[in-house]
Design a protein around this ligand. Structure first.
Ligand SMILES: [Zn+2]
Length: 397
């Protein structure tokens, strides 16, 4: 095994491709133009078997068509620009300054996506002798409903990867897990009355307020995991219903963002909230919310907003292979870490039980922020690491 190098020409092509990706807006469910650009690039660099599946994921594969399967996982969507006044670089100009490429989605995760495309080109150009296939999946709607695109791809195509490498930002370290997530709607029910006679009604907002304080106490009692950290709970939205501003509200609705650490699940999370409801003696219901959307191809998506936590052990062969591949390319030992945010791993590792790791250019703290950027040297290095890792897992020795 020796280090792989992306040729100078390919670095230039990769950069031009990445700048195009950043210039093409691709909010969730509106990834069509970006997907078309990805397809064009894959075809122009000679990747065979480029396909778009029913939900709009772009997939390509190289290899003999048999044997074990490594999936490289990227997502094509980005969040929307928030606080445009705090950007000093245009979010869609893809400016390069001092080796950094700026723009919305540059770090999360168009840099990782572009690196994965060029990892396949590198493997193709060196005529890598592979005993299994490498599939690159560029999925839709990760920012709004992580795991959905990969679920549709795997369930409808019958592809069953043996390993998954997720290219979300890790600063080229190796991530081996993340907390999960659950979104709940908590509704209190009251009784309407004229605002001049509140004693004749039951104010649903007052009931909700008691629950908010009860939930704050609950937050301090949630489970902790040494590696992933504690579960958390936050009230992130509140709305109420009344026939007018001088009537007593009969309904108040809260959205709860619940981060699940290892050992926590839907049952734990719901029953804890139900106990708060019972303790406060309030009439209320709690349920997991649902994601509903139509993809850019018109595919109707419905999914419960439930994303399980996952961890892969530090001595798993996939973690070891990722660490060694990065070490060989970078001449330093990467850290083994975990993400704070959520990724497609909630499906691949959390639900489907497929060994998964994360490794990508860019820093997690830069994602979803003003002046989002990625270091170009790290994008090139990521392409080389992905190719090196593929050789370690699938190369005929
Ligand atoms: Zn991402």
């Amino acid at each position: 095994m020796k280090p792989l190098r992306l040729p100078a020409d390919d670095r230039e092509y990769l950069l031009a491709f990445l700048r195009d990706l950043v210039r093409i807006p691709s909010p969730s469910t509106k990834e069509g133009d970006l997907a078309a650009r990805v397809v064009t690039e894959m075809k122009s660099i000679g990747l065979p078997k480029v396909e778009v599946d029913p939900i709009g994921n772009v997939i390509t594969r190289i290899g003999p068509g048999e044997g074990p399967v490594l999936m490289l996982s990227a997502h094509m969507d980005s969040v929307r620009v928030s606080g445009p006044e705090s950007w000093t670089h245009d979010p869609f100009s893809a400016e390069v300054e001092a080796g950094l490429l700026y723009g919305l989605g540059s770090c999360d995760m168009k840099g990782g996506l572009a690196a994965m495309v060029y990892a396949l080109k590198l493997l193709k150009d060196i005529d890598a002798d592979l005993k299994g296939d490498i599939i690159l999946s560029c999925v839709v709607q990760e920012e709004d409903c992580e795991g959905l695109g990969t679920r549709v791809l795997l369930e409808e195509s019958g592809i069953r990867p043996d390993w998954v490498v997720i290219g979300e930002p890790t600063d080229l370290n190796v991530s081996r897990g993340q907390r999960g997530r659950l979104e709940m709607r908590l509704v209190t029910h009251g009784r309407s009355a004229h605002g001049a006679s509140p004693h004749l009604g039951e104010n649903a907002i007052n009931a909700a307020a008691r629950l908010v304080f009860g939930l704050e106490i609950l937050t301090e009692q949630l489970a902790k995991d040494d590696f992933l950290g504690p579960g958390t709970l936050a009230v992130t939205e509140i709305s109420s219903r009344a026939s007018s501003r001088n009537a007593i509200p009969d309904r108040c609705s809260l959205i709860l963002d619940r981060r699940l650490t290892l050992g926590e699940n839907e049952t734990t999370a719901l029953s804890q909230v139900q106990r708060v409801i019972a303790r406060e003696g309030v009439e209320a219901t709690v349920a997991v919310t649902e994601y509903r959307a139509s993809s850019y191809t018109g595919y109707e998506c419905r999914a419960r907003k439930l994303y399980p936590p996952w961890v892969i052990s530090a001595d798993h062969p996939l973690v070891d292979a990722a660490v060694r591949a990065a070490q060989m390319q970078l001449k330093r030992r990467p850290e083994i870490t975990r993400w704070r945010f959520s990724t497609e791993g909630v499906y691949t590792a959390g639900e489907a039980g497929i060994p998964s790791v994360g490794l990508g250019p860019g820093r997690e703290a830069t994602a979803h922020t003003a002046d989002e950027h990625v270091r170009l040297a790290d994008v090139y290095a990521a392409a080389e690491i992905y190719a090196q890792l593929a050789l370690r897992l699938l190369g005929r020795a």
